[in-house]
Design a protein around this ligand. Structure first.
Ligand code: DQA
Length: 147
């Protein structure tokens, strides 16, 4: 079974970007942690980051044919993108939305997520630990699935 882990804009700068909010771990550290967790859970991990909305949408289209689920941190597109919501709505498997920071204690414009309307579950404010936690839940939920 394959789980896709998708990351939106500016997350390539994780570790350097506002470390007081997002911490010191890099996206490469997050990827390594996801692969470690995936190996334990019997999930193959496809890990991607893009600053471009269309690229994230194209990856969701690819995932819908091949994946057992998606873990996505849409970053700023969380709060703006009907297009990413529409793409996720074409998927029939579980979708987990992850935010490193607790968006609810930040600026009001971060309190609304388009993606939450399609998410099976949402994790916010658990730091980068949110990713492996989401993968654990995905593995549990899709344990009986055939791909
Ligand atoms: C974020 C929260 C978003 O509001 C922000 O735009 C990000 C990262 C998070 O992981 O906490 O880029 O998704």
């Amino acid at each position: 079974r394959t789980a896709w882990v998708l990351n939106g804009p500016n997350l390539n700068l994780l570790g350097k970007r506002q470390p007081a909010i997002y911490g010191h771990e890099t996206l490469a550290d997050v990827e390594a942690e996801c692969r470690r967790t995936g190996a334990e859970l019997g999930l193959e991990i496809v890990f991607r980051q893009s600053n471009a909305e269309h690229q994230i949408i194209d990856w969701i289209h690819e995932a819908r044919e091949t994946a057992c689920g998606i873990v996505i941190n849409p970053a700023a597109y969380t709060h703006t993108s009907v297009a990413i919501l529409d793409a996720l709505n074409t998927c029939e498997f579980p979708i987990f939305e992850v935010h490193i920071s607790n968006v609810h204690k930040r600026e009001p414009f971060r309190h609304h997520s388009y993606v939450s309307a399609v998410a099976t579950g949402v994790i916010a404010g658990f730091g980068t630990q949110g990713y492996p936690l989401a993968l654990q839940r995905l593995a549990r939920l899709t344990g009986e699935a055939t791909r």
